[in-house]
Write a protein that binds this ligand. Structure first.
Ligand code: NAD
Length: 277
């Protein structure tokens, strides 16, 4: 599998396509991540709250793949936000993962009601300086949250991991991220299979034209947009399918027709960042 890297604003780079393990049963995670590594994925996106870091760690250990060829992301859960608590949180995540250092550590949600995201970001800057993670970033932050953490520390997150798929693109937030050289990681890139994305005409038309599946067309749209994506599946066949997206290109018209599916707020399929605590 040849997967391109994307450059990040701290001088490092990340494989543009990875494998996400949200809602992957902890009891099955080792097998599923082992499949993903065998298929050729090298970038794994997990989180403390997913409860499956240990399974990810076992799959990594068994794979024998050199550490430097892997890119592992995990995330700080909301109840461990604060000025001092993230240190113990990342230590525990690394222990479960069997790693000495993460590649990317993210604040999982801004949780504006508890209002600890600025001090949590200050703590992540220190975790990076202490060598516990190569890069640091955030998830689900709005522009105001990003401005707050950048003005407090002078340190930009390398990514903002946000819900993004053809009917919900958050174009204004995306434009701000682009202007600030913060990469968009699109979570729920397939809309979490919560709406009939794969039956929409611009998607099926491009799939027919290229001899690809609708899922491949949607993943390709993200890739051409410059997003970092890690679609989730438990099926090995779909792991292969979802990675076969570097041997074709959507035309400008095909790309634009998919982009035009944007429906604003009504396209959101998961939680609103201000409502998650
Ligand atoms: P997704 O958009 O990747 O959708 C996953 C669903 O799509 C699967 O359940 C599967 O049924 C279906 N699917 C996958 N491949 C398919 C194919 N080839 N054909 C047909 N159907 C297919 O949703 P997701 O898992 O929520 O998002 C991906 C990753 O993003 C997660 O695993 C997780 O790592 C991350 N994530 C992060 C946050 C956050 O708050 N930071 C939130 C949700 C997800």
């Amino acid at each position: 599998l040849q997967i391109p890297n994307v450059s990040l604003n701290d001088g490092t780079s990340i494989p543009q396509l990875g494998f996400g393990v949200f809602k992957v049963d902890p009891a099955e995670t080792e097998r599923i991540v082992s499949d993903a590594l065998e298929v050729g994925y090298r970038h794994i996106d997990t989180a403390k709250i997913y409860g499956n870091e240990e399974g990810v760690g076992r799959a990594i250990a068994k794979s024998g793949i050199p550490r430097e060829e892997l890119y592992i992301t995990t995330k700080l859960w909301n109840d461990e936000q604060g000025r001092d608590t993230p240190r113990a949180a990342i230590d525990a995540s690394l222990e479960r993962l069997g790693l000495e250092k993460a590649d990317l550590y993210l604040i999982h949600w801004p949780t504006p009601k508890q209002n600890t995201y600025v001090e949590s970001w200050e703590a992540l800057v220190e975790l990076q300086q202490a060598g516990l993670t190569t890069s640091i970033g955030v998830c689900n932050f709005f522009e105001s949250h990003l401005r707050d953490i950048i003005s407090a520390t002078g340190v930009k997150p390398v990514v903002n991991q946000i819900e993004q798929h053809p009917i919900f693109q958050q174009p204004e937030l995306d434009a701000y991220l682009q202007a600030e050289d913060i990469k968009t990681e699109a979570w729920g890139p397939l809309g979490q299979a919560k709406y009939p994305l794969f039956e929409l005409e611009p998607v099926t038309a491009a799939a027919d034209a290229h001899g690809k599946t609708p899922a491949q067309v949607v993943i390709r749209w993200h890739i051409q947009k410059g997003n970092i994506v890690f679609p989730k599946t438990t099926s090995r066949e779909r792991m292969v399918e979802n990675a076969q997206v570097f041997d074709f290109e959507l035309s400008g018209a095909e790309y634009d027709a998919i982009t035009a599916l944007e429906r604003g707020e009504e396209g959101r399929v998961a939680a609103h960042p201000n409502e998650v605590n």
